[in-house]
Design a protein around this ligand. Structure first.
Ligand code: SF4
Length: 323
């Protein structure tokens, strides 16, 4: 009897750990598997240049659509992040040394993909004295040298605990769009974005606008993490106080069962309601839908922002052609 109990105990101990059930996605989230020729070409180019992309590392649901059009968001400073946010699929650990060839490789990728607009992001590099800011500067300079017609959008970390000079150097390099995502409402920071501080992120964006009002500023939030509607409205108000031009909002999707759970699948109609409120609060541009991501349709949205600003600055009474 004792032997049978021991046998049952050992069988239980050796059984694989239960895997949490996969959360079923609603129909409006489904996307096609990436298979196109354009997708394969983009993938091959990134591999040959030894470049990481946030499209792959973050398991973005739009990769099939974006890469078919050869729109990829390059992730500089390696593929290993020094933080461990509960929503993010990028691996955490001790990153490798910064690749000095990376800026030229990014410029080559932009040229070969024929990009009119490029989005460059990075992992967090808390291990570097400047948080990796100088690499952003080098990438911007390489792009301006090699593909001067390409407009540049950067999506940076928060550079928390780094000197202001680090961010000022990036601003001086002159990106067209400076993006930094607030990601979620302040109440959820301790669990979702524990290494970051909500007001530090806001201050970063506010300081970009103060130093260079002509640079478009942009920020995004994910919904479905357990935030309340009024908390999201408050984030919009905070963003407007920091004079942020462009708000992006998308549905959070759990990349693996180890990551934060989806608390709610926000309906497309609820996204429309958020977008209407955000527009009323005065953003120059708003993109809000379940599959919206910071860099989704970034080139088209950049042109929309330019048009919106031109309209805003036009003397009263001058009606634009086709307006
Ligand atoms: S939305 Fe952005 S991150 Fe996602 S695949 Fe497109 S370019 Fe890449």
């Amino acid at each position: 009897m004792a032997r049978r109990a021991k046998h049952r105990y050992l069988a239980r101990m050796n059984a694989p750990l239960p895997v949490p059930p996969k959360q079923r996605k609603p129909d409006w989230i489904r996307v096609k598997a990436p298979t196109s020729h354009g997708y394969n070409e983009t993938r091959k180019l990134m591999r040959s240049l030894n470049l990481a992309t946030v499209c792959e590392e973050a398991a973005c649901p739009n990769i099939g659509e974006c890469w078919t059009k050869k729109h990829a968001t390059v992730m500089i400073l390696g593929d290993t992040c020094t933080r461990a946010c509960a929503f993010c699929n990028v691996k955490t650990g001790m990153p490798r040394a910064v690749d000095p060839l990376e800026p030229e490789h990014v410029a080559t990728a932009a040229a070969e993909l024929g990009l009119e607009h490029i989005v460059v992001t990075s992992v967090d590099r808390d291990d570097l004295p400047d948080g990796g800011a100088s690499q952003f500067v080098k990438v911007i300079e390489a792009l301006r040298r090699n593909t001067p017609q390409t407009t540049i959008e950067i999506l940076t970390p928060d550079f928390r605990n780094k000197s202001e000079a680090a961010v000022e150097a990036i601003i001086a390099a002159g990106p067209d769009v400076y993006n930094h995502n607030l990601e979620t409402v302040p109440r959820l920071y301790p669990t979702i974005r524990p290494g970051a501080r909500y007001y530090a992120s806001l201050r970063l964006l506010e300081s970009v606008k103060r130093h260079a009002p002509h640079i478009f500023t942009k920020s995004g939030v994910m919904v479905g993490l357990g935030e309340e509607r009024l908390e999201v409205h408050q984030v919009m108000d905070d963003m407007r106080s920091a004079d942020i031009d462009f708000l992006t909002m998308g549905q959070y999707l759990q990349p693996t069962p180890r990551h934060a759970k989806v608390e709610e699948f926000v309906t497309p109609d609820a996204f429309k309601a958020y977008a209407a409120i955000a527009r009323a609060k005065g953003f120059l541009l708003v993109a809000a839908s379940p599959l919206t991501r910071s860099s989704y349709h970034a080139g088209d949205d950049f042109r929309k922002m330019q048009e919106a600003r031109a309209k805003q600055l036009a003397p009263k009474g001058a009606s634009g052609a086709g307006a």
